[in-house]
Ligand binder design. Structure first.
Ligand code: AHR
Length: 507
């Protein structure tokens, strides 16, 4: 402990950020690497059901309770021919996936994924190809998925054995169109025009849909944040969300600096909100554009292996790609990013941990073995399980430190979620000071009768410790000796470098 280190929050039901949209705990399955083939689908695996879906994977997906899954990409979508993925499997072509230099066998497509999503109790966030294709393909896919019958593509779906439309509500207008790596990459103006026209046409088919325009791929893009402004100048009235993507990595092997990167995510969100509101003011618009943070995670461990695979062994079916093995410090950053999303839940209405299975994922599979939980599984599980309800403005005050690239970094980052229905109150907190345990003082005067029921901790002496099929070295435990409640003050000791979930309930 250090006397100068402190963290304080005030919990009051009247200080609300927003009712959280549960879709901020979404995720992502792309036709990439072993996410689909060898991930959710592996007919020869002992746990597979009659359709070939691995039940061990489904069990873990259900454990996290994922409300929405983005599909089918990602970069993959920008060269995706959705028609290849429906109808009799034996008639479906193999295609070159230009994004990941792989071969797509089209054994799993729109209808199979919809079946999987149903089993996983999740909704689909469907992306359309605005890279190599355009308005017609987007409209035809929407008609196939959402129109009841009596038209070419709706009737095609019916002929494929799906009588009822899926009524998919959320649609992404392309993916990362600002990125030169994207097949069909466009300038902001080109994309803004296409997004606007595609959105208008799609809404003719189904006025109930919600549409996400592509924002910047990350804050390092030269076009950021002018990209957002230009796209929204063109498409403000016809879209509902703008997307944000970001991936962080500990590339300089400096843990304190690595854990400060959620501050970059925070600034990113604030900048995009400002940009949306700037365009709103210019247009004298009434509606707000909401944020869909539909790709976020740690991603860097697999970089070298992936370059090698794509350069030297291209066109494989389901190659090992983006198989980051996450360690303890990665789980801390994922926890910090979740806290950041919750704190912005008034404008961030959807978010997707990218991705879900095998590809930069919380869930991994062994070809001839089990599905297992990576370190990052746990903060995501806790946030999804206990972070539903009303995000509270906690007026957090905390001591600070500097890192190599960041200044004024809070030692403790936290947020709180209150569920009035269950009368549960949860504080999520990361002590990102690597040297000192710090006491988090929670003022509970606004919540009379609430007492601590559980203090969950994720901690490890080795920042690089990881899990494996045979070991859950990094897994949460309940701490019994770290909290003291005196009247309305709860003091909780947060160990140096730890993820904490304080669960309170009205007695
Ligand atoms: O999630 C992996 C990739 O990251 C996605 O395909 C792309 O959108 C992003 O660059």
């Amino acid at each position: 402990m250090d006397d100068k280190k402190f963290a304080r929050i005030t919990l009051d039901p009247d200080f609300q950020i927003s009712t959280i949209d549960n879709r901020i705990y979404g995720s992502f399955i792309e036709h990439l690497g072993r996410a689909v083939y060898g991930g959710i689908y592996q007919p020869e695996h002992p746990s597979a059901d009659a359709q070939g879906f691995r039940q061990d994977v489904l069990d873990l997906v259900r454990e996290i309770n994922v409300p929405i899954v983005r599909y089918p990409g990602g970069n993959f979508v920008s060269n995706f021919f959705w028609e290849d993925s429906v109808g009799p499997v034996e008639e479906r072509p193999r295609r070159l996936d230009l994004a990941w230099r792989s071969t797509e066998p089209n054994l799993i497509g729109v209808n199979e994924f919809a079946q999987w999503a149903k089993l996983a109790n999740t909704d689909i966030m469907m992306a359309v190809n605005l890279g190599t294709r355009g308005i017609d393909a987007a409209c035809n896919l929407l008609e196939y998925c959402n129109h009841p019958s009596g038209s070419q593509y709706a009737d095609l779906r019916v002929s494929h054995g799906v009588a009822e439309p899926y009524k998919i509500k959320t649609w992404c207008l392309g993916n990362e169109m600002d990125g030169p790596w994207q097949v069909g990459h466009k300038t902001a103006w080109e994309y803004g025009r296409l997004a606007d026209e595609t959105a208008k046409a799609m809404r003719q088919i189904d006025p109930e849909i919600q549409l996400v325009a592509c924002g910047s791929s990350n804050t390092g893009m030269a076009s950021y944040p002018q990209w957002e402004a230009t796209v929204l100048e063109e498409a403000y009235n016809s879209v509902d969300y703008i997307s944000l993507h970001t991936y962080y990595g500990n590339r300089i092997n400096d843990t304190a600096n690595f854990l400060a990167q959620s501050d970059d995510m925070d600034r990113f969100i604030k900048t995009v909100i400002s940009t949306c509101d700037f365009v709103k003011a210019k247009k004298r618009a009434k509606k707000d554009i909401m944020l869909s943070f539909d790709e976020w995670n740690v991603w860097f461990h697999s970089d070298a292996a992936d370059n090698d695979t794509m350069s030297n062994r291209p066109w494989a079916i389901a190659p090992h790609l983006l198989e980051d093995r996450y360690n303890f410090e990665d789980a801390l950053l994922v926890g910090l990013m979740l806290i950041t999303l919750i704190r912005h839940s008034d404008r961030v209405r959807m978010a997707c941990l990218a991705q879900l299975v095998n590809v930069i994922a919380p869930i991994m599979t062994e070809e001839n073995g089990p599905a297992w939980r990576q370190t990052i599984f746990y903060p995501y599980l806790h946030a999804s399980r206990y972070g539903r309800g009303i995000a509270l403005n906690t007026a957090q005050r905390a001591s600070r430190h500097d890192t190599k690239e960041f200044t004024d970094v809070t030692d403790v980052e936290s947020t709180a979620v209150w569920n009035p229905d269950t009368q549960e109150l949860t504080v999520f907190a990361v002590n990102r000071n690597l040297d000192f345990d710090i006491t988090l003082e929670s003022d509970l005067r606004g919540f009379p009768g609430y007492t601590l029921t559980q203090h969950i901790v994720l901690e490890h002496e080795d920042f690089k410790a990881a899990n494996s099929p045979n070991s859950q070295a990094v897994s949460p435990k309940t701490a019994n000796d770290r909290d003291e409640q005196n009247g309305a003050i709860l003091n909780s000791r947060l160990a140096a470098a730890s993820w904490n979930v304080l669960r309170l309930k009205k007695a």
